[in-house]
Ligand binder design. Structure first.
Ligand code: PSU
Ligand code: MN
Length: 322
């Protein structure tokens, strides 16, 4: 089997997404780890549907990404989404285990890192999630740093998030992104948002106030041949936020419980998110749903702005000299 045909045979783009890309309509990639590991059923499938509807309401096409039946799927049907939301034993996939899920034909859901890889393969420039993974609190002991950060450094996709989850060490997360040269843009705020809270107390490295501004920034980055992602921090709507002061104790308790239960590796984030939902009686889940929908709307605005502007071919020293 040639390299190209094996690549094509494992990547399956739905007809709807393919024609949207061909017709240069806005397409927004969506991840599936939120569905399988981020929320309980039925909130997970209801949220996934609501997020897809937000994207459509702005004239764009949603492309939810997962691995099913040994193929990387870009764009799921409603029945497939429901099945994924109900399934148990779905693997949470990052860069390291994405090929294994395809090779073994076991179902897998994609994290921010894996969704970026697939979006880039499919030619989708914008991706909406809840919050990225980052440098965990106590990383100086555990070395727990999400592969999402490495992916942002190498893969050229815009990730619209509500910031980094406040269970992380936000200043260290931003330091790491700065080292890797990943632009971090807060949307219509001067602070980097903290997922459930609009404010993290940490200033945003860059600020844009409109989707058009972000789109222009992205096109210039591409024209200069600067590969890698762009992270957008879009604060949760005021009416849905939980102020950091109210959540700090809960997060600390949940992180401590994860450590005491010896939760490790990829299980840490789902465990802590679940505990925070329990400790807040479901309030953090409602905030999580609101912020994902909000991110989907901004991502769709961005995808529309980008669809009407040409993708530059990238820098060429030869052409610059002539
Ligand atoms: N955003 C949410 N809920 C989630 C996630 C993001 O609102 O569950 C997932 C994303 O898939 C992200 C992952 O990539 O959490 C981070 O996991 P880790 O810290 O193990 O890299
Ligand atoms: Mn980790």
């Amino acid at each position: 089997m040639s390299g190209l045909s094996s690549f094509l045979s494992c990547l399956c783009i739905s007809d709807e997404v393919r024609s949207a890309l061909n017709d240069r309509r806005g397409v927004v990639a969506l991840e599936s780890t939120i569905v399988t590991h981020g929320m309980p059923y039925p909130d997970n499938v209801e949220t996934a549907r609501a997020v897809e509807a937000e994207v459509r309401s702005l004239g764009c096409v949603p492309a939810t990404i997962a691995v099913l039946g040994g193929r990387i799927r870009v764009g799921l049907s409603d029945v497939e989404l429901e099945r994924l939301a109900l399934a148990t034993g779905v693997t949470k996939l990052s860069r390291a285990d994405l090929p294994m899920a395809v090779a073994s034909a076991r179902p897998g859901s994609t994290t921010v890192a894996a969704t970026m890889i697939v979006a880039d393969l499919a030619g989708i420039e914008v991706f909406a999630t809840g919050g990225i993974g980052g440098v965990h609190r106590g990383a100086e002991q555990t070395f727990d740093i999400s592969a999402d950060l490495t992916e942002l450094a190498r893969t050229s996709v815009i990730v619209v998030s509500a910031g980094a989850k406040a269970l992380l060490d936000i200043p260290k997360t931003l330091e790491r992104l700065e080292t890797d040269g990943v632009p971090v843009v807060s949307y219509a705020t001067s602070e980097f948002p903290a997922f459930w809270s609009r404010s993290s107390g940490v200033p945003a490295p860059l600020r844009c106030d409109t989707a058009t501004e972000i789109a222009r920034f992205w096109r210039v980055k591409q024209a200069l041949g600067l590969s890698g992602g762009l992270l957008v921090g879009n604060p949760v709507p005021i009416e849905a936020e939980i102020p950091a002061s109210e959540l700090d104790g809960v997060i600390e308790a949940a992180v401590l419980q994860a450590a005491m239960a010896h939760v490790r590796g990829k299980d840490v984030t789902p465990f802590v998110l679940r505990r925070i939902v329990e400790l807040t009686d479901g309030r953090s889940l409602r905030t999580n749903i609101a912020l994902i929908r909000n991110n989907a709307r901004l991502a769709a605005e961005l995808a529309s702005a980008l669809a009407s502007s040409e993708r530059p071919k990238g820098r060429s020293v030869e052409s610059a000299r002539t």
